[in-house]
Each structure stands twice: as C-alpha cells, then as structure tokens.
Design a protein around this ligand. Sequence first.
Ligand code: COS
Length: 391
Amino acid sequence: MVDRSYLDWPFFEERHRQLARELEDWARQQPNYQHPVNVDDACRELVAKLAGAGWLNYSAPAPRDAADRPLDVRSLCIIREILARYSGLADFAFAMQGLGSGAISLFGNQGQKDDYLPAVRSGKKIAAFALSEPEAGSDIAALTTSAVFSGADYVINGEKTWVSNGGIADYYTLFVRTGEAGAGGLSAIIVDADRPGLEIAERIDVIAPHPLARLKFNECKVPKTKLLGKPGEGFKIAMATLDVFRATVGAAALGFARRALDETLEHTTRRRLFGAPLADMQMTQDKIADMAVAIDASALLIYRAAWAKDCLAGRATREVAMAKLHATESAQTVIDQAVQLFGGRGVTSGEKVEELYREIRALRIYEGASEIQKLIIARQTLSRSLKGTDK
Ligand code: COS
C-alpha cells in the first residue's frame, strides 16, 4: 500500500491529489523497462504511451487562459516522483519532453508554441535540451557553439554533448553564442533534427541506459524565426527553464528513494537472520529511521520549492537549488543503505535496488551538479543577508 498522506500537506490542491491517484493506478500497470533490448525503441514507445494516457499534457500544457502559468511545477514533480518509483526510463521519457519544450512554453512566441507544443504533447515530436559542451558543462556562460546571423538564417557551428534524447529527438532547444563573451552573449534557438549540418557525432553509453549523444554542427542553417526570445537572452532562458526542471529532478530522486525504502521494508521484514526478521535488529532500524527522515525532508523541500514556483512571485531559485541538492544527495544515501541491507542480492543484476543504485547517480550531476547547487544557495543566502532581508 503506497502512503500518499503527504499529499494532504498545504502545498497541494485537490487536482494534485487526483493526479497522483490516477497516475499511480496507471504506472502500476506498466512494464518496468529494465534492461530494454533497444533503449531508443523503449523511449519512443514510452513517449507514445505517456502521450496516449494524457500525461504529456503536463509537460507541454495548453494554457487555459492568458493568466495561466505555463507549467505547474507541483504536477510535474508529482508525476516524476511517481514514474520514477516504478520505472527510471518512464521518468526519463516524461522529463525530457518537458525539459526540451520548457523554453518554448516559457519564452516562445505563439507561432513557435503552435509549431512544437501540440506535437510534444501528442508524442509526435520528441524533444531535447542541448546546453552542455565538452568544455562548458557547469560554466554555461563560457559555451562556444556559435550562431552567426546571415541573410534570413543563423549559421551554427560547434559541438554539444550529454544531450539526452540525442539521436532520437525531432528537435533540439539549443543554446548558442550570438554575441560577446559571457552570459550576455548567449541565445536560445530551436533546431529541427533534420537540418543539414547537424550530425549525431557519437552515442554515449551510461550506467543507467537512456538515449544520450554528442552533436556536431557544421554550417547548420536555421531560420531566424526559430530564435527563442531576443538575441542575448539565452542564459536567462536556460536558467529560468532549469529553475522549473531542477525541482523535478529532485522529485525523481525522491521517487527512487521511496522505492528503495519500499523494497527495504519488504525485504527486512521477510528475511530472517539469527532467528529473527532482519527488521528486528537495531542496526536495521537505525538505517530505516535515517531513510524515512531523509525521504520526508526531501519531500518537504521539493514541494515547498514547487509551491513557491507555482504560487509566489519571483524566481524561487534558492528553494529549487536546495530541493535538488538535498533530494539527490540523500536519495543516493538511502539507496546505498537499501543495497547494504539486501547484502549480496543488492548488487545482483536485475534486483530493483541494484537498478536504483545505477539510476540515481547521474541526478547528482545533470541539470547542475550538487556543487553548482551549493554555489547558487550560498550566493542567494549571502545576497539576502547583505540586503538585510530574510525573504
Ligand atoms: N533565472 C533568471 N535569470 C538568472 C537566473 C535564473 N535562475 N540565474 C541567473 N540569472 C541571470 C542573472 O540575474 C544575471 O543577469 P544580470 O547580468 O542581468 O544580472 C545573469 O543571468 C548571469 O548570472 P550569474 O552572474 O549568476 O551567472 P554565472 O555565470 O555566475 O553562473 C551558475 C551561475 C554557475 C549558477 C550557472 O552557470 C549554472 O547554473 N551552471 C550550471 C549549468 C547546468 O545546469 N549545467 C548542466 C547542463 S543541463 S543537463
């Protein structure tokens, strides 16, 4: 029985509770997609299934009216948490449709929204977000892929790497340099995957398999109508998009951690050691207590950040960074404790906790490594103290 009592916290509305119930029922019936024969095909299938069931309406929503916020972060977090609890690949497929279209939802003009968002919602287009470069992962202001305006087109040259959905995406939200050095010289542009001059240079294999690639751009021409916002707004577009999706990375980590605790409770109450269930041993209870506290603390930070993003004015950058940092770091510890309590089974291929152990690792790195989240939190905390405000 899944404990959903945290959905009674004041961060949520009835629509969130209903979403959680409906998604839980759906997710429970889906296959796990652990070790798929072909990860690209599995992702395509998952995107189609998520679209068919209506869950992608949350990653690229159609606003109900002009006052509607483009993305409801609490819904995105609930969905990632529940999907991750059942299948890392399902969570990945959902998350990338959102991250790859988020900048269009937040900053696109009506034509761009019409061209891409309905296709992302219906699963007809697979989306990707291409920010990192071989020499610029954390220091985004140093990226060098260039887009030079010529005639009616931008001409793009350079390289992107660690691009999730690279190789299967129908388009990339790409961050390029159009102006001076530093953060102020960046722009965001939509590049369709079939543009001449865009090449998948290399597919990258990782410990929790999902589509990932290095892209090369060689004199790749993209019409100027594909520019998101204004030239020079790229850094802010990237950061504002990450302010939404970093909280959801924390939510996915929370889903993995909850599953690790579920598995641990099941295992330690059945497994007998020295004539008694493993769960009766105080050292086991010590770990279970630590896991339970870590999970509740993550949930509080994540849903506080999501609520702040949805309901308060301003950026919520600090709350989001705290949520991602704590949830991903503590999920790693929770899962490690689960593996320890499983003993030899814990490191056996095919065991759920072994899968979780591989799944969690990248979340402490992508969309801003833990060290970057600490920088953000420290800067924000210092600037608040200098301004003499606690708000
Ligand atoms: N929302 C909107 N604007 C933001 C913002 C945010 N969350 N964060 C920063 N900005 C703005 C700043 O206000 C500043 O604007 P002004 O020049 O008008 O004041 C500008 O962007 C530059 O900000 P800052 O000086 O803080 O940038 P830095 O180069 O020092 O970089 C970090 C800040 C390190 C936090 C940033 O580069 C970062 O998040 N890096 C990690 C990137 C990442 O996630 N990589 C993984 C790739 S995605 S898988």
